[in-house]
Design a protein around this ligand. Structure first.
Ligand code: TXA
Ligand code: MG
Length: 344
């Protein structure tokens, strides 16, 4: 299969958007830009098309998909028992990097929900993609458009790297602005609960809901996480990843020691701007300010991919404390590092 690329970085050709929508209507796969990461989209109501997503990604069949919508009324079609107070809040937070879990309606296929009674729904904040969903005239099921276990793609190039020849088309809408997947919030219980941390933190969501819980299964090995996706290997580059958490001084000392001990290894560093001039090493990526983690989030997955492209064997990343947005970033980093995280 030849993968076609629609370049919508500067102008969107309506004719091309129509052509791409006919791929979806015929049961094909199209990668789409969103503000978080690129998604791999299929008609969310067509079981045969949905199966192709799992094959293209090598994704385990028991990991459910998110349905992407362009209008709030679709929530009523795809779910049941939704609270009006929740709808009012969603009108404020959508379009945006928030996925909600609700009880599914009968029209949602088992391939989307992996047989669960609930369904994940999100309205992405990307104009091209919302127009695309409208023209397709169906909710789009879309997991991140990477091969299973690899870092999520935040550019069309990263999608191409993993998916060339496996999918029909890619819509290139430029780099994603957030870079980390949406917060997954369960609205089926008494109080909302975060099942996957993302751009929206507990603190931000508590401006809308009185109290928001965090699934204990996220950080406790003895409790099964409610989101099936949390149990799989994820975001892993080919290189080994080591995450070090500590103050500036201890971090510098530990890195210098590791550089000396591993002279024969090609080591890459992902550090903050104020870690500058500390290392005489050409594979360094600066992730912005420690005090504002938004840039780190934006370039995290892309940096892991770049390190692989440069043939790095060991990536040392400066980790952060697990509060606020740091919880979301560390959730991804711990998986990328297969839990190889050390406090120094
Ligand atoms: O930002 C995002 O959410 C991106 C873009 C493309 O929208 N999508 C994304 O999809 O990250 P994916 O498939 O890589 O991750 C979806 C997560 C998985 O961890 C899955 O287990 C969880 O959502 N999920 C989906 N349906 C669920 C359900 N009914 N109950 C609990 N978790 C669910
Ligand atoms: Mg994913």
């Amino acid at each position: 299969m030849k993968t076609k690329i629609y370049n919508f970085k500067n102008i969107i050709e309506y004719k091309d958007l129509e052509e791409a929508s006919s791929i979806i209507k015929n049961g094909g796969l199209v990668a789409i830009p969103t503000e978080t990461v690129y998604g791999l989209a299929a008609d969310g109501l067509n079981p045969e098309a949905l199966e192709k997503i799992f094959i293209a990604k090598n994704r385990p069949m028991d990991n459910p998909l998110i349905l992407h919508i362009s209008d709030i009324f679709q929530v009523y079609e795809l779910t049941k028992d939704v609270k009006e107070t929740d709808i009012e809040i969603l009108k404020k937070l959508w379009p945006g990097p928030l996925t909600v879990i609700l009880n599914r309606s009968d029209i949602v296929p088992d391939e989307v929900t992996a047989g669960l009674d609930t369904v994940a729904i999100r309205m992405p904040d990307n104009k091209i993609t919302r127009s695309f969903i409208k023209i397709c005239d169906t909710p789009l099921a879309a997991p991140s458009a990477n091969l299973s276990t690899k870092p999520s793609p935040t550019t069309a190039d990263a999608v191409y790297e993993d998916m060339n020849g496996r999918i029909d088309a890619i819509i290139d809408g430029g780099p994603c602005t957030i870079g980390i997947e949406s917060t997954v919030l369960d609205l089926t219980e008494e109080a909302p609960k975060i099942l996957r941390p993302g751009y929206y933190t507990k603190e931000m969501l508590e401006k809308y809901w009185e109290i928001v819980y965090i699934d204990l299964g996220l950080n406790d090995k003895n409790i099964t996480p409610k989101s099936p996706g949390q149990k799989y290997k994820h975001y892993a580059p080919n290189a080994e990843v080591l995450v070090l958490i500590g103050d500036d001084d201890s971090f510098r000392k530990e890195v210098n020691k590791l550089l000396l001990e591993n002279e024969s290894k090609k080591i890459g560093l992902m550090v903050f701007d104020n870690d500058k001039k500390l290392y005489n090493n050409k594979d360094v990526i600066y992730m912005g300010e420690k005090e504002d983690l938004s840039y780190m989030g934006k370039i995290l997955f892309d940096s892991l991919r770049k390190m692989d492209e440069n043939g790095v064997e060991l990536i040392i990343v400066r980790g952060v404390e697990e509060d606020g947005y740091g919880l979301s970033i560390m959730n991804r980093l711990k998986k990328a590092a297969s839990q190889n995280v050390r406090r120094i």
